[in-house]
Write a protein that binds this ligand. Structure first.
Ligand SMILES: [Cu+2]
Length: 100
C-alpha cells in the first residue's frame, strides 16, 4: 500500500521529507484456527528496477508486520520475505510488484 494509505489507517500524517513511498505489510494466520500469529522475526528484501536492493526488518504493529520502503521509481520490483514464527521454522515467499 502507499504510505499515505497506511498513515491514514494508523491515524497519522505524512511527515515532511519522507522518502519512503510504500508500506509493505504481511499478516500470518494459523492454518487451523485462523488466529493471527503476531510473534516472530520478519525480514523483507526489495530489489529495485536498477537491481540495487533494500532490506528491512518488519515491525509488529496492529496485527501485522510492516516497514516502509522507497518504491519511487517506475518499474518491476522483486519483493522477498523471509520469516521465522514461533514454531522456529524459517519460511520464505516472493513476488513481483510493478510500479507504473
Ligand atoms: Cu503497518
Amino acid at each position: 500500500m502507499s504510505m499515505k494509505e497506511h498513515l491514514k489507517a494508523m491515524n497519522m500524517k505524512m511527515p515532511k521529507g519522507m522518502k519512503e513511498t510504500h508500506h509493505i505489510a504481511v499478516e500470518f494466520k494459523d492454518a487451523k484456527s485462523g488466529k493471527a500469529l503476531t510473534e516472530g522475526e520478519v525480514k523483507v528484501k526489495v530489489q529495485k528496477p536498477d537491481k540495487s536492493s533494500q532490506t528491512k526488518d518488519l515491525i509488529g504493529m496492529q496485527g501485522h508486520f510492516g516497514a516502509d520502503f522507497d518504491l519511487s521509481k517506475k518499474g518491476k520490483y522483486g519483493v522477498m520475505c523471509k520469516f521465522q514464527l514461533k514454531d522456529g521454522k524459517v519460511r520464505s515467499s516472493k513476488f513481483w510488484y510493478t510500479v507504473k
